[in-house]
Write a protein that binds this ligand. Structure first.
Ligand SMILES: NC(=O)c1ccc[n+]([C@@H]2O[C@H](COP(=O)([O-])OP(=O)(O)OC[C@H]3O[C@@H](n4cnc5c(N)ncnc54)[C@H](OP(=O)(O)O)[C@@H]3O)[C@@H](O)[C@H]2O)c1
Length: 206
């Protein structure tokens, strides 16, 4: 039987990588960390320690907004890959660049589909869709971070990859515009029951 994608073996130089999660116990990041750990990678989670970090990971505590604390906490930690789930301000990714440029094989910036222009010109949204959401400063800051990082990639070869998650869920949370935090919305959809949608279902901000 053909192995499922998750079970296929990795090329030798990609096995057992040291992967630093900036954030790592959140809605998306916790699931990503669990999968990568299951695949045999070493997981390091940088967080404030408010949510428990699984004991099989290395936990590093620091407030990401405190540059000096972040620098001190990451001293000597030499990750192969950084997954930044906590990039909301330009200054944050600029500090990451300072810390990781020339030091990591890949830096992944978790952005969002909120960056695309609203209302969408065409659905479904693809990576070719134009960027520039004028309705939400969260989106504009994500765009600023993305563009700055892409500039560094062009200029210095900084190995950045952008990921723009869309509608996400985990075992604990299904974000939605109506009953955030609850599975009621999903359960009603599953049962074919009507649900509330604001706007015309193409909410401008999101
Ligand atoms: N959720 C969605 O639907 C969605 C959709 C699109 C894009 N995104 C993007 O995904 C990312 C969020 O990922 P997520 O949903 O996994 O995260 P999340 O649920 O917001 O969790 C935040 C994580 O970061 C830690 N954290 C929060 N503030 C911190 C700080 N100041 N310093 C250090 N650690 C801190 C938290 O642990 P502690 O509390 O213990 O510190 C936790 O591990 C964001 O970049 C967001 O823009 C999310």
């Amino acid at each position: 039987m053909r192995p499922r994608r998750a079970e296929r073996s990795l090329p030798p130089d990609m096995a057992g990588m040291k992967i630093l999660f900036v954030g790592g116990t959140g809605n998306i990041s916790a699931e990503c960390a669990a999968l990568l750990h299951q695949r045999g990678h070493e997981i390091i989670v940088l967080s404030r320690g408010r949510s428990a970090v699984p004991s099989s990971y290395r936990a590093i505590q620091a407030d990401r907004k405190d540059g000096a604390a972040l620098r001190a906490a990451l001293k000597g930690v030499k990750p192969d890959v950084v997954l930044n789930f906590l990039g909301y301000e330009l200054a944050e990714v600029q500090l990451d660049y300072e810390l990781f440029n020339g030091a990591v094989r890949q830096y992944v910036f978790i952005s969002s589909t909120v960056v695309y222009t609203r209302p969408p010109q065409r659905l479904p949204l693809t990576e070719e869709a134009p960027v520039g959401n004028p309705f939400w400063d969260y989106a504009q800051k994500k765009v600023a971070c993305e563009q700055w990082l892409l500039g560094r990639r062009a200029e210095t070869g900084f190995p950045v990859t952008l990921v723009r998650p869309s509608h996400t869920y985990s075992r604990r949370w299904v974000p939605n515009g109506v009953s955030s935090g609850s599975y009621t919305f999903a359960a009603r959809l599953e049962q074919g029951k009507p649900v509330f949608v604001h706007d015309d279902g193409k909410a401008r901000g999101r």
